[in-house]
Ligand binder design. Sequence first.
Ligand code: 5GP
Ligand code: ZN
Length: 119
Amino acid sequence: MAGEPQPDCLFCKIVSGDVPATIVRETETTVAFRDINPQAPSHVLVIPRVHYPDAAALAAAEPAVAADVLREAGEVALEERLDGTGYRVVFNTGSGAGQTVFHAHAHVLGGRGLAWPPG
Ligand code: 5GP
Ligand code: ZN
């Protein structure tokens, strides 16, 4: 069924607790945890508990949960004190854009200057 946990999905295993992560926030529908290979002083991933391969698939199937992910990205930025300096929320979509984990996730990045456009 759509949204069901996938046995080979790393982020589903973080949701279930089978793979450890440094969790910074949790809600009924989302989990936020520190990226294992941070690209900025603050780099947190916000994921839905349900499994969809990318943000667009999540938004199409469960728009309320996609909104929860966005709201949580903002809450993470507040907790990490990134709102004053600015921060970036990124959904890499497709391997050509750097997506490596095919469970929808938002990167929340901040704590340093962020160039635009990105590389
Ligand atoms: P993507 O490249 O798909 O947009 O983002 C996947 C992110 O997951 C990468 O930034 C990568 O560093 C992170 N990541 C990969 N494996 C793990 C892990 O086991 N734990 C955590 N916390 N992050 C991971
Ligand atoms: Zn998954």
